[in-house]
Design a protein around this ligand. Sequence first.
Ligand SMILES: C[S@@+](CC[C@H](N)C(=O)[O-])C[C@H]1O[C@@H](n2cnc3c(N)ncnc32)[C@H](O)[C@@H]1O
Length: 288
Amino acid sequence: MSQKESALTPVPDEVGHHYDRLAVIAATKPGDNLHVGYWDSPDSEVPAEEATDRLTDVMAEKLKIGADSHVLDVGCGIGGPGVRIARLTGAQLTGISVSQEQVKLANSLAESAGLADRVVFQQANAMELPFPAQSFDAVIALESILHMPDRGQVLAQICRVLRPGGRLVLTDWFERAPIPAAKQPTVDRFHSSFMSTMVQAEDYPPMLRRAGLWFEEILDISEQTLRKSFLWFSAHMNQAWFSARMNQAQPDFETTFGDKAADRFDTADMADIPEFGYLMVVAKRPEE
Ligand SMILES: C[S@@+](CC[C@H](N)C(=O)[O-])C[C@H]1O[C@@H](n2cnc3c(N)ncnc32)[C@H](O)[C@@H]1O
């Protein structure tokens, strides 16, 4: 497969540890989403907190679910997208994350939303989904597959747990055009600090087919998502309270949100790399 390896191919336990540490910080940030925002037009002035919910909604609409559906959220973060989907559609939702700390926060969120009877989060590795075959009507993987060491294996696992006719909607990093040599070190640093890799858009149809899924749609949503999001993350991370909280919580934390301002990767550096893209993929398990 042509998945581009960064200096650091993600290892699920390490990604889990990374998010356990981040959970301390995430619990203090506005909103319950850990993903980019979606702005319908470049001049939209919608606040980032609303734009992140908007991305969840755009994806949820493509799942074609209702109150009788059971949805799996692969890489559920601190529960914002899963709780929102369950609240707006009436569906039952099970979310998984490799981070135990995220799972605790996500279950508290479900409880405070009064949804704990139909929204449950648990620690699990998407590379080996601990669910019986055909146990879900739909699967969402919002900005999580980019952290996984083998996308093909995750897609095969998702296909196994989807019922025939069920849909998968995911987002991922992708290379829209060759990254210019001068920008490659920034992209490499981003991937190694964020523990991610990226693909080419044309990798998806064959990867899905090999996993047993039918490719339905692939959308380049870079323009609606990335630039404003990278600038928003940067502004958020550069606030003094964020650094102080980070240093207090995890003095040895050296990845994306590194403990010393000078060491910290600034996501604003990614804002003007139009070759770096964000895609949404819709696929379906064929009817039998
Ligand atoms: C960028 S966050 C997105 C979280 C959430 N989907 C959201 O949009 O708010 C990536 C998520 O993927 C999860 N993740 C990464 N690798 C995983 C794996 N191998 N199995 C399960 N979850 C994983 C992380 O724990 C984290 O919750």
